[in-house]
Design a protein around this ligand. Structure first.
Ligand code: APR
Ligand code: PHB
Length: 389
């Protein structure tokens, strides 16, 4: 089997890349180890920067988003029951859009289906051969057979647990990592959100986040130890802990109800450099992971893909290689900016298990400065909406 661009992974990065390439007449094949149903079952964040919305518009996949997405002009921070609204629109001239990642994946899958480009589900890539040659190959297992996809380029969009990074020799690959000593326990429930805007709460018992998917579907998280057992967290216990951490004023607006999804996610920062090796390019979670506190994961993936798509289009349409050569450096500038912001938001708002009194006093000082400084609020707002300098 042969194509121009072999894409490993049908998450947001792989699907968006495939769509942008197909719209520009560039043949591509997506290999996805899971079923389409499994990919769609994953519940992930959904705060979109303007650049991500633009990418979906370029992909001609933003029609439902424009109809159903919620535009947010601000966010709220609750620190030990003290409230602060960050006016994103007034401070940056930009807002963010709330639209679940599952819906983006659904829209991209539907677009790919209608364009007829080949996607092999339950097809696991097992090896990338000769990535540094001009004829790289992807070995994959599908329908109980080992098969080979010959291509001009390989896009490693296979997430944190994918194989693409292993195609970069250890002598070349550099990784940077920080694992946090806590996770997020997330609940999805078909209840009215407690607020029109997202609320990030820091409480001595731990962090909490009030988010949403629609006017009738809420998404909540509480910081928790990494070793919790989900069966020790019945809905009632989750709702009580959440309300405690959000504070009485917000808690009064929390509508509880049966969870339709409950899961524990580890919190980590991770970057792999370089994001290119020969004709293999990493994009999205395959190259970087951010703590979800800054809502950057999906936006970074979309940013990588926009840059990679432009570079591949310039190669195929004009024979240019300069954008391909600049890919890794350009993406990593954005990646590290998001890593720093996500680390800062996480350190500011989470209660470290071994938190000494000094650490909490620093967080209180951070909040006090944010509450009185327009410059500090602007810095947070610019990073949250994704203003690029
Ligand atoms: N072969 C084929 N597919 C694979 C392989 C493999 N060896 N390994 C992983 N995959 C698939 C996974 O099943 C998954 O569907 O690659 C896909 C990677 O998708 P994501 O993990 O969603 O990563 P990405 O597309 O970069 O999207 C990043 O997803 O995890 C969130 O917070 C993250 O919002 C961010 C977004
Ligand atoms: C979510 O809605 O899942 C969400 C929103 C904002 C975040 C993280 C997750 O920072």
């Amino acid at each position: 089997m042969r194509t121009q661009v072999g894409i490993i992974g049908a998450g947001p990065a792989g699907l968006l890349l495939g769509r942008l390439l197909s719209l520009n007449g560039i043949e591509n094949v997506i290999l996805e180890r899971r079923s389409a149903a499994y990919v769609l079952s994953r519940v992930r964040a959904g705060v979109l920067e303007r650049g991500t919305v633009e990418a979906l518009e370029e992909a001609d996949c933003a029609e439902r988003l424009r109809r159903e997405a919620l535009v947010h002009h601000g966010l709220q921070i609750v620190f030990d029951n003290r409230y602060l609204r960050i006016d994103l629109q007034a401070l940056t001239g930009s807002s963010v859009v709330v639209y679940g990642q599952t819906e983006i994946t659904r829209d991209l899958m539907a677009a790919r289906e209608s364009e007829g480009s080949p996607t092999f589900y339950e097809a696991e890539a097992t090896k990338i051969v000769d990535p540094e040659s001009d004829r790289p190959k992807i070995i994959f297992r599908h329908a109980d057979r080992d098969q080979t996809l010959e291509c001009d380029f390989v896009a490693g969009c296979d997430g944190f647990h994918g194989i693409s990074r292993t195609a970069i020799p250890p002598s070349v690959l550099r990784t940077y990592e920080r694992a946090y000593p806590f996770g997020w326990l997330g609940v999805l429930a078909d209840v009215k959100p407690c607020s029109d805007e997202l609320i990030y709460a820091s409480h001595p018992r731990g962090f909490a986040l009030a988010s949403m998917r629609s006017p009738t579907r809420s998404r909540y998280y509480i910081q928790c130890p990494l070793d919790i057992q989900l069966d020790q967290w019945p809905d009632e216990r989750f709702w009580e802990e959440l309300k405690e951490r959000l504070g009485p004023d917000v808690a009064a607006h929390v509508t509880t109800g049966p969870s339709i999804e409950k899961s524990l996610a580890p919190i980590r920062s991770f970057v792999a450099e370089p994001m290119r090796y020969g004709r293999m390019f990493l994009a999205g979670d395959a190259a970087h992971i951010v703590p979800p506190t800054g809502a950057k994961g999906l936006n970074l993936a979309a940013g990588d893909v926009r840059i990679l798509a432009r570079a591949l289009i310039a190669y195929y349409k004009q024979g240019l290689t300069d954008l391909l050569d600049a890919y890794s450096t350009q993406c990593l500038t954005h990646v590290w900016r998001a890593e720093r912001f996500s680390w800062w938001m996480t350190s500011f708002l989470h209660t470290l298990p071994e938190a000494d009194p000094f650490a909490r006093k620093l967080q209180e000082a951070e909040f006090a400065y944010l509450a009185r400084s327009k410059a500090a609020q602007t810095a947070l707002a610019e990073n949250y909406v994704g203003v690029r300098h």
